[in-house]
Write a protein that binds this ligand. Structure first.
Ligand code: F6R
Length: 242
């Protein structure tokens, strides 16, 4: 794993955007794996700015999001589809039909998981996957204990994850209890991974990722076995490890 150390969230977002823009310009029909949450918001902001200023085109780009809450439709402001539209897709020239976010209100969620995994394969897999990390080491919504062999599946969210995400909802009660997520094996099939880590609340997670064992109790630890991972981490997250 290659680590790029930056001062703060802003610098992390700019570095991540430069990294992604270079890839997109080099391979205009690239398949991107995208994440939601607070971490990539600044990155998306910079991708939008660059699109407007430099015309970087997403016309032939295809995107796959990691996860979605079960029970929320794409029009729900708390859905990840809505998040992606608001933060990125509505502001670039991507074709909406090329943006794949798991359906939170699929009629048959189990079958939908199988179909989503197939969709990834049919498109030739993800070229570069953007990841954030949960303070308990989750990636996507793969909570501690998830099999490293898992593919797209339905999960019950850990209490800590629901609490961490309650800031986007009116109350903790409104945070869905289940989600659909790409599995660890699905994520590990990406040709390349860009992991963004910012803030003191992620300091222990980063330390464990770098120094702990590769173990299903800390899902992100599997990234140590991936051949092409870049981490961009800010000083608040790095703390004394540096
Ligand atoms: C989001 C996702 C999650 C987040 C993680 C960190 O699509 O898959 O794994 O990356 O929960 O969330 P933030 O960035 O809000 O700290």
């Amino acid at each position: 794993m290659k680590i790029i150390r930056v001062n703060d969230y802003t610098e992390m977002s700019i570095k991540a955007a430069e990294f992604m823009i270079e890839k997109i310009r080099r391979s205009p029909n690239i398949n991107l794996g995208l994440a939601t949450g607070g971490t990539p918001v600044g990155l998306y902001e910079h991708l939008v700015k660059d699109h407007k200023k430099n015309n970087t085109s997403y016309r032939n780009v295809t995107t796959f999001n990691l996860d979605e809450y079960i029970g929320l439709s794409g029009e729900d402001p708390n859905s990840y589809r809505y998040f992606m539209d608001q933060h990125l897709f509505n502001h670039i020239d991507i074709q909406k039909s090329n943006t794949c976010v798991p359906l939170g209100n699929a009629k048959n969620p189990q079958q939908y998981c199988v179909d989503y995994e197939k969709l990834l394969t049919v498109h030739g897999g993800i070229d570069i996957q953007i990841l954030g990390i949960g303070s308990n080491g989750h990636i996507g919504f793969n909570e501690p204990g998830t099999s490293f062999l898992s593919e797209t599946h339905i999960v019950e969210l850990a209490a800590s994850t629901r609490e961490a995400n309650a800031r986007f909802f009116n109350s903790l009660n409104e945070v869905p209890t289940h989600a659909i997520t790409m599995g660890i094996a699905s994520i590990m099939r990406s040709k390349e991974i860009l992991l963004l880590i910012s803030g003191e609340s992620k300091r222990d997670a980063l330390a464990q990722l770098l120094q702990g064992e590769v173990n299903e109790n800390f899902p992100a630890s599997i990234l140590r076995t991936h051949p092409c991972v870049t981490i961009i981490a800010d000083m608040a997250a790095i703390g004394k490890i540096a």
